[in-house]
Design a binder for this molecule. Sequence first.
Ligand SMILES: [Zn+2]
Length: 703
Amino acid sequence: MARSSLATAWLALTLVASATPTLAASAPAAPTPIAAPASPAGSAVGPLTEFPYTPSLDSASMDTSVDPCVDFYQYSCGGWMKNNPIPSDQASWSVYGKLYQDNQRYLWGILQGLATGTAERTAGQQQIGDYFAACMDEGAAEKADLTPLQPALARIDALQSARGLPALIAELQLSTGSGGYFFSFGSNQDFGDSTQVIAFTDVGGLGLPDRDYYTDKDERSTKLREQYAAHVARTFVLLGATPAQAEKQAATVLRLETALARASLKRVDRRDPYKLFHKLDRKALQQLTPGFDWTAYFAVLGVTDIQAVNVTEPKFLQAAARLWKQTSVADLRSYLRWHVAHASSSNLNAAMEAEHFAFYSRELRGVTEPKPRWKHCVAAVDGLLGDALGQEFVRRTFGPELKAATLQMAKGIETAMREDIEQLDWMSAPTKKRALEKLDAIANKIGYPDQWRDYSAVRIVRDDHFGNVARATRAEVQRDLGKIGKPLDRSEWSMTPPTVNAYYNPQMNDINFPAGVLQPPLYDPKLDDAPNYGNTGGTIGHELTHAFDDEGRQFDAAGNLKDWWAPEDAAKFEERAQCIVDQYAQYVVVDDVRINSKLTLGEDVADLGGLLLAHMAWRAATANQQLEPKDGLTPEQRFFVGYAQWACENDRPDNQRVTAKTDPHSPGRYRVNGLVVNMPQFEEAFVCKAGQPMVRKDRCRIW
Ligand SMILES: [Zn+2]
């Protein structure tokens, strides 16, 4: 549901209860944050006190030697791709990624000031400043070696039988926030009653980025499994095992994870919310997993009065319960030891961090250099104390004029959507009425939350990094669990203010634009409407359209999973969606890997609808203006180039293979070319001719 794949997994996945609702603070699939261009080297870059300005339409990023009617992405982004090689510590590089790095460098400056300054600090400033200072102390991490892990490892070693598992898993989830211990547990809105927050169990327990990595038989997947097993074994050696023991233990880990993977739904199936909706009472939950004492598990989590649990994947939990019964205690300990080390690797000594990098960044994604420590530390403050840091960011970067201007744009795009729905020739009047009710109910959240989260109960000290991580993680897990059994708080956000991304949440029925995404070169107050409507307008339209994509359309105005479509309208929607599935299935990601267009359908639908709506809204907003050409481009052309330039990117082939399996977004090239081929407005703007590559004969259109 997010605009880009930049969001770390645990943030993006709070939507529709995808894998690991909120517990996976250290989910393996989290994309590595961003570094500087190859020159200057990532580690040589300093903090920013001001943002470098890049306009939302930059002619230097274009390649005008290319015919826009032949390859519009290359025409709009060719210069950018040439001028922005992938930094050595990055898996990929993009306009979003670059802005994310700028935001990170800016936050770095704020945090450094708070960590070292002598000025009086508020309680929140003390927390984020001291967290950052402790995190940056590489010497202390080295000196601590693996001692911070010892309490968790000792608990695992004390496991005597499978009867002790529930309490042990609960304690590990609390202390590391990870969904890596067989399954994940957290809170989410009830699919059937969106006003209530209930408990959710979800899949988890894997070290590779997707279940398919365990089952795919192609050469690359087989090799990756071998490399993964070798990485797990080397980690066991670091924990003190002999090489022979380590190899055996790694084989155990792979065996257990493969069993869990086989029992997990495929990513495409998880796009169907009905497949994830199984609300059980306590008795039914207990019957599903005989032998696993949920009362003991809940007691350690501190959530004793749980009445109902939505088990997203009952078959998965049953398979886990079988494993708990059949597996020896020694093997269970090996599995848990690996996942504790894995969840903590970025906060331990250099050897553990290097080992993590060797597999997850170099072998899996083709990255050549680890990212500098400050990036990890900035991201950690944002992840665990995000609202305290977000306040500092918003105060400096996001004024009321910007909020008003972007809110006005959102309202214009909503008006366009209303007109669009009213005009649709394939939808019947009763379904239109309910679609408009849903549109009217969508809440717009712009910039930052109305109420900041309070971290005053979290003790942060300057000389105990691992302790800070553990305390802040526990507080975050407990905050999430504390929502169970309570009415929904509609004001909550699932992205922090500096985040360069946006999202629609179908259960909240709201669109959310953090301050971090409303800055140049995405939203550019210095430029005219054409590129801004193309770029940020396209993003707003994208999130709005998610309310009516293949997944979002299944939720009603109140956010309940409830069918409000007349059957013949639903059939017509499916038919139109199939046009997009067929179109994107043709596109190649890398080598012989094509887009899994059933996985990307929601994003592709949102991209196309979003740009059409932005175009309508832009035309309406400028109806009374005399628009002039600029830099050799007509206003219409500037709208489309402004759109395309949000998506400029470079990607490593290894990383492309990972994202082809895991990312619901299509590559940037097709997020541009795949849309314009469907838009007569584009054909007209660039005076393209029938038969040219950017002109499609049978155009797809839903919204
Ligand atoms: Zn999206």
